[in-house]
Design a protein around this ligand. Structure first.
Ligand SMILES: Cc1ncc(COP(=O)(O)O)c(C=O)c1O
Length: 390
């Protein structure tokens, strides 16, 4: 029997004036205040009660001193990975840190030297290549292949890009922004090349819970793949608690994890927000039904957007993603320049979408639209976009 629907994703929450990057950062990042924010990847939904209640309980104690990890938090991560993703890990394989992005940067330092090469598969979430540059390593681009809106990895190109200086490959799995859930076979093909060339894989799996087909954690595929992989994850996207700064790294190769820990400690990124442990534990211990309901709501939103745009603006192309709530809209058929589309979105539609150009390469006709908002608000946003591109 299906569980009764418990969570109300139609509730409008006012996020303005709460130091919220998505709303209060509009002027800073887009130059205008009065935009409908459909950009940064967080959701406009209320954090579920099973997390909120624990946070409030902790706050009522009125002391916010330093925090420390505990066994229950590790157990919650272990159970979540096992129950949701059929991946068996142990406490010794996990290291808790304050964010996936800071962990990326630490991984780059841990597994490569200055001027070494790091492969990224563009278009991709920008910190992946930004942190490579910031650590004085060289970004090597292995562009994804696109056909009729569907993206695949170009493994021949990847092989041709590898040199003696290539030390790391950054994998985004599932992939932001193109919405792919990589199949086991695709991951095996990629890992085989990395194994043959002594390349460490940083697998960013932060979007692994909001998926619409079976997701395979890279390191769960085989022992030899686990041996070259460090996985980064968090409950931040899934439960909309990114602002609580709690994430974790997993590696079954404890030598690899130890090298990461040394840099994480040096950079002091292993000290987690007071509410971080509380929230991740509450999320993973109680969140299974919530995630199932959330996925259904998001899927309805994305189907709605697909139908709406097909009917009203068939020249704005996109495929429904296999993961995430982010639509990767292609404006190529509109036959306007990148700047013209961008200006129309900002000044006519009055919406803030992520610019495809910011995702590396191969995406100047694209803009990314976040659909994690109420159905009512989504309709308003789509209507505003639609009328500017008729
Ligand atoms: C692929 C990916 N990795 C990491 C992050 C951010 O992770 P964190 O907030 O833990 O640094 C995001 C946020 O949008 C993301 O899309």
């Amino acid at each position: 029997m299906l569980n009764k629907i418990k969570y109300n994703f139609d509730e409008k929450i006012n996020r303005k004036g709460t130091n919220c990057a998505k709303y209060d950062g509009l002027k800073r990042y887009f130059g205008y205040e009065d935009l409908n924010p459909l950009w940064v990847a967080d959701m406009d939904f209320r954090t579920p009660e099973f997390i909120n209640d624990e946070i409030i309980k902790a706050a009522k104690n009125s002391v916010y001193g330093y925090s420390i990890d505990d066994e229950r938090t590790y157990k919650s991560i272990i159970s979540w990975q096992k129950n949701r993703h059929k991946w068996e890990i142990e406490q010794k394989d996990i290291y808790i840190i304050n964010g996936v992005v800071p962990a990326y940067s630490a991984c780059i330092e841990a597994y490569s030297d200055i001027n070494d090469e790091v492969i990224v598969q563009t278009p991709v979430y920008p910190p992946l290549f930004k942190s490579v540059k910031a650590n004085n390593r060289k970004v090597v681009v292995n562009e994804l292949k696109e056909k009729d809106g569907y993206y695949t990895m170009d493994l021949e190109d990847l092989k041709s890009k590898i040199t003696k200086k290539t030390k790391i490959l950054c994998l985004c799995s599932p992939h932001n922004p193109v919405g792919r859930v990589w199949s086991k076979e695709e991951l095996q093909g990629l890992a085989k090349i990395c194994l043959e060339n002594n390349i460490t894989i940083i697998s960013d799996e932060i979007h692994s819970d909001i998926t619409f087909k079976e997701f395979t954690p890279l390191a769960s595929i085989s022992e030899e793949i686990a041996n070259i992989t460090i996985t980064l994850n968090s409950a931040g996207k899934t439960f909309n608690i990114a602002g609580l700064n709690c994430a974790y790294a997993i590696s079954k190769n404890n030598e690899l994890l130890d090298r990461f820990k040394v840099i994480a400690q040096k950079r002091e990124i292993n000290s987690v927000n007071f509410f971080g442990y509380i929230s991740i534990r509450a999320a993973y211990e109680n969140g299974a039904n919530y995630v199932d309901e959330l996925r259904s709501y998001l899927q309805e939103n994305m189907h709605f957007a697909k139908d709406y745009l097909l009917k009203n603006n068939p020249d704005i192309d996109f495929l429904l993603p296999e993961a995430t709530y982010l639509l990767w809209l292609n404006f190529k058929k509109i036959r306007l320049s990148h700047e013209e589309i961008k200006n129309k979105l900002l000044t006519e539609s009055k919406v803030a979408l992520n610019d495809g150009l910011s995702f590396g390469s191969n995406a100047d006709s694209y803009f990314r639209l976040n659909t994690a908002l109420t159905k009512k608000a989504l309709l308003v946003a789509l209507a505003d976009i639609s009328k500017s591109f008729k």
